[in-house]
Design a binder for this molecule. Sequence first.
Ligand SMILES: CC(C)(COP(=O)(O)OP(=O)(O)OC[C@H]1O[C@@H](n2cnc3c(N)ncnc32)[C@H](O)[C@@H]1OP(=O)(O)O)[C@@H](O)C(=O)NCCC(=O)NCCS
Length: 153
Amino acid sequence: MAFHIRFANGLDMPYLLDIDLKSFDEEFGPEMWEMLGDIGTIRVAASANEPVGFAIYQHDAESLFINRLAVKKDRRRQGVGSSLINDCMTFAKDNKIPLIETRVPECWCCPGQPQDATMFLKAVGFKAGKLTKREYEHLGEAICCIPFTRWVR
Ligand SMILES: CC(C)(COP(=O)(O)OP(=O)(O)OC[C@H]1O[C@@H](n2cnc3c(N)ncnc32)[C@H](O)[C@@H]1OP(=O)(O)O)[C@@H](O)C(=O)NCCC(=O)NCCS
């Protein structure tokens, strides 16, 4: 499948909402998308201009944080997810940002399970870490997630 990566636009929204809804237990509502579009960056992988995956990230001088990354179910294992990560890497490199981070719910860190994300993250160069006590307290006990990081080289 041929695809290219570009910035999201308004026409993409129904596709992005659909991919999100079918990829996560708790989908982002339209307000959340609007907010993330305002404060962050939404990159889209598009095939024949139709979105088949997306990455949402925010950054500062220290790190680029991926809020959300998903690929349409029937387009997975075709290099879309890794291309979106490479796109983040290129942005980080160009802007001298040393680290890429993301967080994954603990229940998605079980290799062999359908929702496992760790095999993908490992394949694209991330390493699992631990939340600091401060981060854990900030997130609250309801959200048990594992931080993953990748240095930008
Ligand atoms: C995780 C996700 C983004 C991967 O997207 P993708 O387009 O399928 O990923 P790629 O095709 O680029 O995969 C790259 C490599 O990652 C590994 N990988 C990806 N998905 C995998 C899986 N389900 N099981 C094992 N390894 C996997 C493989 O090594 C793969 O290379 P290969 O296909 O040549 O073997 C996609 O499965 C998804 O949207 N999942 C639901 C949302 C999610 O988990 N988001 C969190 C991601 S941080």
